[in-house]
Design a protein around this ligand. Structure first.
Ligand SMILES: Nc1ncnc2c1ncn2[C@@H]1O[C@H](COP(=O)(O)OP(=O)(O)OP(=O)(O)O)[C@@H](O)[C@H]1O
Ligand SMILES: [Mg+2]
Length: 319
């Protein structure tokens, strides 16, 4: 399922003295089956952007399309009336009208989303997943989603157990209260709650923050497996190692705008100073090797282990 953002603007507390314009004219396609990383400074709008994918936030203007579902500022008919009014207005410039006419064609081409169906397709793990937990026990919490979507009690429990196993939570946790877990355990349970729904799109907002390095690695491998099985993944992260290792595509945000759509390799090959990105250490090491004449093809290296293999090959060739 592709995700398309068309001329998205989003303001917090619109038309109030506290209005904050967080997104400005976002146009973006997240390809089906991609593993797309969304990066950028604190406050650049990453969480705001991805919360539009399952309509946790709806645009102030513009349209998000998830497959045939439209996420709009208001009801489809009302939005079309608003667009038509603007298209007829003499106050609106020709350039803006062109944009509005395009938006109108998008709105006409899809159906307004149904919350339940959309949330079944799109799973979102929030930046602070502890807010996602609410049931008395871990197992009930994870089984809640599937049950809510009409699956039998037995099947929901089976899905919940399977998801909990995936995230490394064993049976001894099932009857514990999710509120009495450590931060990392809460995070795993919240992630299991989303995985139990088997979403077609998985949105992960800094999913490994707060996990120890081994748990973080295991969790990322779970997501990588889910991705290989066909799920589209959108990962918000500050961790450039994860971007290089897992992402197929990268979206760079700055001040509520998208400043670049690229691939990890292209991003790190020529880092723009304004992004103040921290290039993964081993990638910088490879660049230094290449600068000193080492014939490495760094476009094919995404992990330390890839690098080790490549160096070993070079050594063997040199023999
Ligand atoms: N509920 C809110 N009300 C008002 N402003 C908000 C709200 N949530 C976020 N903002 C503002 O919107 C901007 C974008 O916030 P957002 O949370 O999307 O950033 P982010 O890129 O996810 O940052 P981080 O990397 O710190 O998570 C920030 O300037 C933030 O202060
Ligand atoms: Mg955020």
């Amino acid at each position: 399922m592709a995700i398309k953002f068309h001329h998205i603007y989003f303001s917090y507390a619109p038309k109030s003295p506290f209005q904050y314009d967080a997104l400005h004219d976002i146009n973006l396609e997240i390809k089906q089956n991609s593993f797309t990383a969304v990066i950028g400074h604190t406050g650049s709008g990453k969480s705001t952007l991805v919360q539009h994918i399952n309509a946790l936030l709806v645009p102030t203007s513009g349209a998000v399309k998830v497959e045939d579902f439209l996420i709009l500022p208001c009801k489809k008919k009302k939005y079309l009336r608003q667009l038509n009014r603007k298209l007829k207005s003499k106050k609106v410039s020709a350039e803006q009208k062109q944009r509005l006419a395009f938006l109108k064609s998008i709105v006409e081409s899809g159906a307004a989303y149904k919350v339940k169906e959309l949330r079944k397709k799109v799973g979102v793990v929030f930046q602070f997943p502890e807010y996602q937990l609410f049931e008395e026990t871990v197992i009930k919490d994870v089984a809640f989603g599937p049950k809510n979507f009409g699956v039998s009690n037995e099947e929901a429990l089976a899905l919940a157990k399977n998801a909990l196993t995936l995230v490394g939570i064993d049976e001894s946790f099932y009857s514990r209260s999710p509120f009495e877990l450590s931060g990392g355990e809460k995070r795993r349970v919240a992630i299991a709650g989303i995985l139990a729904l088997k979403p077609e799109i998985l949105v992960l907002d800094e999913p490994t923050a707060g996990l120890d390095p081994l748990s973080a690695h295991e969790m990322m491998e779970v997501f990588a497996n889910i991705h290989r099985a066909g799920t589209t993944i959108v990962l918000v992260t500050h961790d450039m190692d994860l971007v290089l290792r897992y992402a197929s595509d990268v979206v760079v945000m700055k001040d509520g705008k998208i400043v670049e759509e690229t691939t990890p390799q292209k991003l790190f090959a020529d880092v723009k100073e304004e992004y103040s990105l921290e290039v993964p250490a081993f990638y910088a090491f490879m660049q230094a090797l290449v600068q000193r004449g080492c014939p490495l093809d760094i476009t094919k290296i995404n992990t330390v282990s890839d690098l080790a293999k490549m160096v070993k090959n070079l050594k063997e060739q040199a023999k």
